[in-house]
Design a protein around this ligand. Structure first.
Ligand SMILES: Nc1nc2c(ncn2[C@@H]2O[C@H](COP(=O)(O)OP(=O)(O)OP(=O)(O)O)[C@@H](O)[C@H]2O)c(=O)[nH]1
Ligand SMILES: [Mg+2]
Length: 690
């Protein structure tokens, strides 16, 4: 088992959308003899993109898994989605890998998602290598793409290991700066070793020099040898390059073309020698659930079993699949394990290895293995699975914060229950989706990363669960408050015939600072209202405050002081005082200068410099208030307060303003008064509806 783990490489392919991850995976699988032809994304016949939504969009929306043998190693690849909409999945997969191949598009260079993927790699301490892809395309530029990476990507230093031979349509192959050899590829992707082209000699010499210097820096002993002018052997260079990669001082840069099958065999070679095995990754920290102490699990097949679930797939045939990464120990073909988060044992029948859209039975799981089991009862993405006798809890990674929400309504009446159960299954698969039933607007809201994310969820609801829903922009949860202090009387009297009703109270109402909610003060002296009826007044006010006097939105941030009243020995009751309280509230709210409040979000926008002007203009036009600006690499970061009402469709807006290169996160900040003219419109609209 240990030997197997040593020869295992878990690699996640990461980049911005369309940089060529799926195409690269396809060629790798072909090279490894797993497939007999190379699938093409355009033709919808790839192994790694197979969901109908992916085929429709020619782009990955969910991570995919496969394995290939390469020179006595087993390479397990995770093809992640590059679209911002599906990046939570990408983040979860990066955590489960042992190394990252970051693709940089030779035409587009480093985009925001490239950077974000790179940051995830840092978060999970993942060694990275870079593949500059699409060098065969028109306007491809190796140097520019590399400079981009060197300038923008923080942490491991991008270090050129290969140079392209030719470019655009004339791309022929690559020069390897370690072995100082040139490889030229034929149309079938077979490499022939040749002389380094004469016109490249100078560049190659210079780049080799820079390369050696970079690599030597990763190893103190080597740097001395190098400075003393001694020649370093290939072995020394490789060892230092590997060390530098593993400890994240270096990120080796390779290059080629996925679809032309240029340089792909060399990436696979590099993965086997330059990327870590699960054993190299060392122990993982967790918590002992009984003592709360920090403990570790080493990647040792003899250690107690531990693993974490990082993905859940609703497979049409196998049922619900929990995909996990083994940290320590060995798991047999069937049996049980303990789920620390759910505090329960789970039973499983068969270990499965996921290969594209298929699953193959596996006999055993050891450190580093990425496997799945079907039909666990309670296990969710993020849970720790471990030996019942040696429990450990790994901290689950949190999904990205939702950026957009839509209200969903059934297409046909009476489908509400069906929708709810289908949605909950969808939520198990996709941690970045969430639902919330809004008490104040009575809507069922579906939250996600962007419009595309929500729409593809709706597509899936229909395809997998046969429920159809309509999407509507969510209603803004406005609030109301008051600005003036008033004192009013609420008097409820009905004393004609039979048992009468009598309640009478005097309240002072004043405004509280934003966010303070509601406060009730009992200042009754001398029993003007008996103690038993005072809570009823409070309750009557609270219930009435759920519907404000302006537009029916909850009225908040006010204080009520009950200071006087009267009662009747026979006719007074809790109900009568509740009504008196609500009458007092309505009267007071009307007189206390009521205003409308709207939710203000704090937004953080990251964008390439060139779109700053448009974005700032748009922010101003939408009543945004810029809090600050910062730059990171060649990106600008803008922080602003924005009214939620104006930014409900910001995900698609920003996308179109920046050609998909800008991104944002936001969270609720506070409530603020709606400007008077706007408030008038909102109030009219709300009153028309009711
Ligand atoms: N010319 C050229 N085109 C490429 C190359 N690699 C990928 N493409 C094309 O680029 C497009 C996107 O490729 P994909 O492999 O789907 O990219 P991806 O990174 O998986 O994209 P997402 O799944 O959306 O994140 C497809 O049309 C590919 O044929 C390449 O090396 N050269
Ligand atoms: Mg893809």
């Amino acid at each position: 088992m240990a030997e197997m783990s040593e020869r295992l490489r878990n690699i996640a392919l990461v980049s911005h959308g369309g940089a060529g991850k799926t195409s690269l995976a396809e060629v790798m699988l072909f090279k490894g003899g797993v497939t007999t032809r190379i699938g093409r994304v355009e033709d919808g016949n790839t192994v790694m993109d197979f969901e109908p939504e992916e085929l429709k969009r020619h782009s990955s929306i969910s991570s995919a898994f496969h394995q290939l043998p390469w020179k006595k190693h087993a390479i397990s690849i995770i093809d992640t989605p590059g679209d911002q909409n599906f990046f939570t999945d990408t983040k979860f997969c990066i955590q489960a890998a042992d190394g990252i191949v970051m693709l940089v598009d030779a035409v587009d260079g480093v985009k925001v998602q490239t950077e974000q993927g790179w940051d995830f790699a840092a978060e999970f301490n993942q060694p990275c290598m870079i593949f500059i892809n699409k060098l065969d395309r028109e306007r491809a530029d190796f140097k520019r793409a590399f400079d981009d990476a060197a300038q923008i990507l923080e942490g491991p230093k991008p270090t050129i290991v290969q140079l392209p031979i030719g470019s655009e349509a004339d791309l022929k192959g690559v020069v390897d700066l370690i072995a100082m050899k040139a490889y030229v590829y034929d149309d079938a992707g077979n490499a022939t070793e040749t002389e380094i082209p004469a016109d490249m000699k100078e560049t190659v010499e210079a780049e080799r020099e820079a390369f050696i210097e970079n690599v030597a820096e990763a190893d103190d002993a080597l740097v001395e040898k190098y400075l003393e002018g001694e020649t370093l052997t290939d072995e020394e260079i490789r060892a230092a390059l590997r060390k530098g990669t593993l400890d994240r001082t270096l990120a080796p840069v390779l290059c080629g073309s996925a679809t032309r099958n240029i340089g792909v065999d060399l990436i696979l070679d590099f993965i086997t020698f330059g990327m870590p095995s699960p054993l190299d990754r060392g122990p993982k920290e967790g918590t002992d659930p009984s003592s709360g102490e920090t403990i570790q699990r080493a990647p040792d097949p003899q250690a107690p079993f531990s693993a974490f679930v990082f993905k859940t797939i609703a497979d049409p045939f196998a049922g619900r699949l929990s995909v996990f990464r083994v940290i320590s120990g060995t798991l047999g073909g069937d049996g049980t394990f303990y789920n620390t988060q759910r505090e329960t044992k789970e039973r499983f029948n068969q270990l499965l290895r996921i290969a594209g859209k298929e699953q193959k039975p596996a006999n055993e799981a050891g450190p580093g293995d990425i496997l799945a089991v079907a039909k666990l009862k309670e296990t969710k993405t993020g849970d720790t699975l471990c030996a019942d006798s040696d429990k450990i809890r790994f901290e689950p990674v949190s999904p990205m914060t939702p950026l957009i929400s839509f209200a969903i309504q059934p297409k046909s009446q009476g489908d509400e229950d069906k929708i709810f159960s289908a949605l909950s299954k969808l939520l198990e698969e996709d941690m970045a989706l969430s639902v919330e039933r809004k008490a104040d607007t009575k809507e069922l809201l579906l939250f996600g990363q962007g419009q595309v994310h929500i729409e593809s969820a709706v597509d899936k609801l229909k395809r997998k669960y046969n429920v159809e829903v309509l999407l509507a922009p969510p209603k803004v949860p406005y609030r109301e408050t008051i600005k003036k202090s008033v004192r009013v009387q609420g008097r409820h009297k009905k004393q004609t015939g039979g048992h009468g009703q009598f309640g009478d109270c005097w309240i002072q109402m004043e405004s509280l600072p934003r966010g303070e909610g509601y406060e009730f003060v009992d200042a009754i002296v001398g029993g003007a209202i008996p103690k038993t009826y005072i809570p009823a007044v409070d309750k009557g006010i609270q219930e009435a405050a759920l519907k404000g006097v302006l537009a029916g939105y909850p009225l908040v941030d006010f204080k009520v002081t009950l200071d006087d009243g009267s009662y009747h020995a026979v006719d007074s009751s809790e109900m009568a005082f509740k009504i008196a309280g609500s009458l007092a509230f309505k009267k007071a709210a009307m007189e206390a200068n009521p205003v409308l409040l709207e939710p203000i979000m704090e937004i953080t926008i990251t964008t390439p410099e060139e779109y700053m002007g448009d974005i700032m203009g748009d922010l101003n036009g939408k009543r945004g208030r810029v809090l600050g600006m910062d730059s990171k690499g060649k990106n600008q970061i803008i922080k602003a307060h924005v009214p939620m009402a104006e930014f409900l469709s910001y995900a698609p807006d920003l996308r179109s303003m920046t050609g998909g290169r800008g991104m944002f996160v936001w969270e609720f900040s506070h409530y603020d008064e709606v400007p008077a003219q706007l408030a008038q419109k909102i109030i009219e609209e709300a009153n028309k509806e009711s």
